[in-house]
Design a protein around this ligand. Structure first.
Ligand code: ATP
Ligand code: MG
Length: 142
C-alpha cells in the first residue's frame, strides 16, 4: 500500500527532483484501507509540499512490539518548535501568507490524526526548523 502511494505521487516527486527512499517490510495492516490510504497520501503530500527541490524523503515501516511503526521523514523547511503542538488542529497552518493562495486548507493533519485515533494508533511529529520533519505513526497489530 505504501508502495502504491509512492507510485501515485511519482510525477510530483520527479517534477520537484525529490529523492524518495522506502524501507518497508510487507506488513498487512488491520483497518479501513481507504482511510489509511488517505493518511499515507496526506503525509507524503505534506513532505513533498514542504520540502524544497532536490530534497529527500524517507519512508519506513517496521513491526515493533505488536505495533507497526510507520515514519515519514523529510529534510524540508521544518516547523518551529512552538507551533508543533498546533499542526494537528483543524485549519492550522504554520505560515498563513505562504499557503494562502495555494490549495492548502490546513485540514490534512487533523483528518490524519482522527483516522489514526479511530484505528487505535498514535501520531507524533518531530521537527527542526530548516532541517526537516518526521511524522511517526504507530498502529496496533491485532
Ligand atoms: P492540506 O493538507 O489541507 O492541503 P496543509 O498541508 O496546509 O493543507 P496540514 O496537512 O494539516 O495542512 O498541515 C498543517 C501545517 O503543518 C501546514 O500548513 C504546514 O505549515 C505544516 N506542515 C505539515 N507537514 C509539514 C512538513 N512535512 N514539513 C513542514 N511543515 C509541515
Ligand atoms: Mg497537508
Amino acid at each position: 500500500q505504501l508502495r502504491q502511494v509512492v507510485q501515485i505521487m511519482e510525477w510530483r516527486l520527479t517534477e520537484k527532483e525529490l529523492a524518495v527512499r522506502l524501507h518497508a517490510a510487507d506488513i498487512t495492516l488491520q483497518g479501513d484501507s481507504n482511510l489509511l490510504y488517505q493518511v499515507w497520501m496526506n503525509l507524503l503530500s505534506n513532505a513533498v509540499k514542504y520540502t524544497q527541490a532536490g530534497g529527500s524523503i524517507s519512508i519506513s515501516a517496521e513491526v515493533s512490539d505488536h505495533s507497526c511503526v510507520i515514519s515519514f521523514a523529510d529534510n524540508g523547511e521544518g516547523i518551529p518548535e512552538d507551533q508543533l503542538p498546533m499542526i494537528f488542529d483543524r485549519f492550522y497552518k504554520v505560515d498563513r501568507a505562504r499557503t494562502r493562495d495555494s490549495n492548502s486548507t490546513g485540514l490534512g493533519l487533523s483528518i490524519v490524526r482522527k483516522i489514526i485515533e479511530v484505528h487505535g494508533g498514535t501520531i507524533e511529529a518531530e521537527s527542526h526548523l530548516g532541517k526537516g520533519t518526521t511524522f511517526t505513526v504507530t498502529l496496533p497489530l491485532l
